[in-house]
Design a binder for this molecule. Structure first.
Ligand code: GLA
Length: 666
């Protein structure tokens, strides 16, 4: 049975933590869920202390009742493996599981996620719990998905304890084989860091000054893999005991420690948590980047929005509410970017504990509230378009993003601490979003042949292999746009021979002589606008200069290479210039927006599948907007699904359109 068949359409629901409430409340919960169209809930994320109150003494009776009631109501469960927050007895009996910070502080229990990812004791206790859980719930009619852990690395992404040090050394031995290879990779001849044995190597604990950058970079990779190993231990058990139940975990959006690309193919579905800030007018653009990345990480498959807030969160300095319509708009936005499920944290607002001021689908004030009414209305709306589930998003522009490069770029001792990988990606993704162009966000090793234009906002770290892949893409007729400080170092943070752009030099038709990072707040005149952050002294070697600074230094170049073109941008132009630069590259590549002539602030996205084509229109503004359609389409959210040639979107409004109404498709 496919995921879509199991849910019968799009998934809708949230984290359900009824343990916080008297048992009687569950009857109301289930009734309200049914009324609100909830078909999927995540259960048991914080259940460990309850199901294993003492070592190896399992008591599933509480969750049995919850699972049975949900099954009876037809609600599918994404059952958590309960390992995200160890119970107090475990930390008391085995304090060695507690994580240690870079400066040697032991993190205490009393919050959550207080475990060292490399701890054999933690891993063993987690594995035993998962074995018991999977064996107990195999075949349960409510069990639809396994939710492994919870937001890996959200609070503890790296641990610097002795156990982690041993695990890091094992990882380094596997990677380098012998210590001389490590010395060469880490350039340890500098600063007298030459090792004569792996046993001398430590995690990059707090040191008098910059720790070796290659050591820091390897530690980030190692820490990512230590967390991933925790996931894999659990997933292997689940796949053995319940081979038909899909396995997922929930990644955080824009989460630096966890390399989603290196985990995604181990998931049946990519799950993502997304908490855009309602106070930030462009946060939906950053969310879009995260969604396109989640989809791109799993071959374009539909992904699940596993958590979002119904209204405010409680963990920002100031926690803005989602004004009327915004929760609906941002939920549909996830679907526009390929999500097949829209879930929230959490179902009923906590009475006590750390998250009582985090909004929920059923607020403290009860179901007769704006938030709950909007939740229930969304549930009804999603249930009305089941045919969207399983359809796909296809684009002909790719933006490249890479965790290794992110880690390396933001280490200490760089030319400027102003370069942040996600911001740099947004400097390119934002104008593409505004131009109405659909984008796939992909890792540098992805197959680029389907794309007309590939944009590289900043890949400071680019391996020879990936650089040659990009050059090959261009020479075979692809169009590439690369921005500054790309292809500077190899996988060990060693500068490419000859400097930047290393193995991309021929394809770009230039070389960089000197980086000129801007002073804080410094702005340069460029064309009829400005630029900031960065400049480079570039020597062209065949590339044409499309735009130059007043002193003649190139700002944008274009090189013909093979049958394709490669542009290079040496600075951060203002938004208007960047949009024009990208528009020109798109035009040359023949890449089209989803819909021509869209009014400002309206996003259009297409999903196709099952013989149908869907067009989603999202008004991200606080004013009404009218969109003329190129041909009549059925308005699937309007009563009777009428055919329309024009759509007026109210502020924060959404339209879902299709060429055929459902009856004509089926
Ligand atoms: C994360 C966690 C949830 C909850 C939310 C609150 O996403 O997974 O348990 O704490 O944050 O926003």
């Amino acid at each position: 049975m496919s995921f879509t068949d199991r849910l019968g359409g799009l998934g809708f629901g949230g984290d359900y933590n009824p343990e916080q409430w008297p048992d009687e409340v569950r009857a109301e919960d289930v009734r309200l869920m049914t009324e609100a169209g909830v078909n999927l809930v995540t259960v048991g994320v914080f259940g460990w202390a309850r199901v294993e109150p003492a070592p190896d003494k399992y008591d599933f009776s509480y969750f049995d009742a919850v699972m049975d009631e949900l099954a009876a109501a037809g609600v599918t469960v994404d059952l958590a493996t309960m390992t995200a927050s160890p119970p107090p007895w475990l930390a008391t009996e085995h304090p060695e599981i507690l994580p240690v910070t870079q400066s040697g502080t032991v993190l205490a229990p009393g919050g959550r996620q207080h475990y060292c990812p490399s701890s054999p004791v933690y891993r063993d206790r987690a594995a035993k719990l998962v074995e018991a859980l999977a064996t107990h719930y195999q075949g349960h009619p409510a069990l639809g998905f396994w939710h492994v852990g919870n937001e890996y690395g959200c609070h503890v992404a790296e641990c610097f304890c002795e156990e982690s040090a041993r695990d890091f050394r094992r990882w380094l031995r596997r990677r380098y084989g012998d210590v001389e290879a490590l010395n060469a990779a880490w350039c340890t001849d500098f600063w007298s860091q030459r090792y004569t044995s792996f046993d001398q190597i430590l995690p990059p604990r707090l040191a008098p000054t910059y720790a070796n950058p290659a050591q820091q970079l390897d530690f980030k990779s190692f820490s990512n893999e230590a967390l991933r190993a925790c996931f894999e231990i659990e997933a292997a058990i689940l796949r053995r005991v319940t081979p038909d139940v899909p396995v997922l975990t929930n990644f955080l959006a824009h989460h630096k420690p966890v390399d989603l690309h290196s985990w995604a193919d181990r998931m049946d579905i990519v799950g993502l948590d997304s908490y855009p800030d309602p106070f930030c007018p462009r946060s939906h653009v950053a969310a879009g980047l995260a969604y396109d990345l989640a989809r791109g990480a799993h071959g374009g498959d539909p992904w699940y929005l596993v958590e979002q807030a119904p209204s405010a969160v409680n963990w920002r300095r100031r926690n803005g509410v989602k004004e009327p319509g915004l929760m609906r708009l941002w939920s549909w936005q996830a679907i526009a970017h390929g999500a097949d499920a829209v879930l929230f944290f959490q179902w009923r607002q906590s009475r006590g504990g750390a998250e009582k001021f985090h909004s929920a689908m059923v607020p403290h004030a009860g179901p007769d509230t704006r938030v709950h009414r909007e939740v229930a209305a969304l549930g009804a709306e999603l249930a009305a378009v089941p045919e969207l589930a399983g359809t796909r998003v296809a684009n002909d522009v790719a933006v490249l993003f890479d965790w290794n490069s992110w880690w390396a770029l933001e280490l200490d001792s760089r030319p400027s601490d102003g370069l942040k990988a996600v911001d740099r990606a947004l400097d390119h993704y934002g104008p593409l979003f505004d131009l109405g162009v659909g984008v796939d966000v992909l890792p540098p090793g992805a197959d680029l042949t389907p794309y007309r234009l590939v944009v590289v906002p900043n890949l400071y770290l680019l391996t020879d292999e990936h650089a040659h892949g990009l050059a090959g893409y261009v020479s075979a007729g692809g169009h590439l746009l690369v921005s500054f400080f790309t292809s500077v170092v190899d996988g060990n943070d060693r500068v490419h021979p000859g400097g930047c752009p290393g193995p991309l030099r021929e394809a770009l038709g230039l070389r960089v002589e000197e980086f000129r990072p801007a002073a804080e707040g410094e702005v340069f005149l460029l064309g009829d606008g400005t630029a900031d952050l960065w400049r480079e002294d570039v020597r062209v070697e065949g590339a044409d200069v499309l735009l130059a600074f007043p002193d003649g230094t190139p700002a944008v170049t274009r090189n013909r290479f093979g049958t394709g073109t490669a542009r290079y941008v040496t600075t951060r132009p203002d938004e208007k210039i960047m949009r024009a630069v990208l528009a020109e590259a798109l035009a040359e590549a023949g890449a089209e927006p989803v819909l021509r002539g869209l009014p400002d602030g309206v996003q259009a996205a297409a999903r196709t599948g099952g013989g149908a084509e869907f067009l989603l229109l999202l008004n991200h503004t606080d004013e009404a907007r009218t969109v003329d359609l190129p041909h009549p389409l059925h308005h699937l959210l309007a009563p009777g699904r009428p055919e329309v040639e024009q759509v007026t979107l109210h502020p924060r409004d959404v339209a879902v359109l299709a060429r055929h109404s459902r009856s004509e498709v089926s």
